[in-house]
Design a protein around this ligand. Sequence first.
Ligand SMILES: NC(=O)c1ccc[n+]([C@@H]2O[C@H](COP(=O)([O-])OP(=O)(O)OC[C@H]3O[C@@H](n4cnc5c(N)ncnc54)[C@H](OP(=O)(O)O)[C@@H]3O)[C@@H](O)[C@H]2O)c1
Length: 233
Amino acid sequence: MIALVTGASRGIGKAIALELSGLGYDLALVGRDDASLAETASGTGNVRVHRIVADLSDPTSAERIVEETVEVLGGLDLLVNCAGIPQKGPFTDVTPEEWDRVFAVNARAPFFMCKAALEPLKKSSKPMVINISSVVGFKGYIHQSVYSSSKHALAGFTKVFAKEVQPFGIRVHMISPGGVATEMVKKMRPDIDPSELIEPEEIAEIVRFLVTRKGNGTIDQFYIRRYSGLAFD
Ligand SMILES: NC(=O)c1ccc[n+]([C@@H]2O[C@H](COP(=O)([O-])OP(=O)(O)OC[C@H]3O[C@@H](n4cnc5c(N)ncnc54)[C@H](OP(=O)(O)O)[C@@H]3O)[C@@H](O)[C@H]2O)c1
């Protein structure tokens, strides 16, 4: 099986990549800094690893990333959209540039990664996409207006995407963590006691749970139709 993980250079994405390597997944690791990707790769054991240096705020990067993954590793079974950037401060301070910068990575990039991955995923015997959103993809935390808006956008897209790819048997999950002990949370919420945070490995365990179950033991973004047989809205 072959997985592509964005944001694999540190934090949650790195933990997910390491967990997947333990399950035997060959890996395409995406980030902007090759040295950090190499650091992640050094913990992956015997699986094949391909590092892809790319800036996801560039709208043309998604196609190149997926093409390179398929070319080098031979296919794609699991896409994990984990890369993300924070934003902090009152909404009155937000500039159009900051809005665009945050949305480009947190909302637009996963959208176009999913689009680029569709054809290779259709060829997989067990195709899956996992998008990493956030608790603020549902709630609104003060001074996180753009970040929260971008994660709401990702959640909205993920729901629609799940429906549109259900005919191809592609399972779509979204994980929406609370505070996780990474660089990002240090910047956004220095007020939180680190001992109260979730460890990145705990999010990786959720990924392991999802990829090792058949899909009838968990609720994916498409559960209404799949499990009740009822018409869906
Ligand atoms: N930490 C939390 O409390 C928390 C809670 C809920 C959700 N999340 C979400 O979980 C995901 C991972 O967060 P984290 O806490 O692990 O953050 P992190 O430690 O800051 O890591 C962010 C990752 O995203 C990559 N990235 C950022 N901008 C990029 C760009 N333009 N192009 C390519 N890669 C880029 C970074 O790689 P490079 O900088 O090396 O390029 C890095 O690998 C994010 O989507 C975040 O919103 C985090």
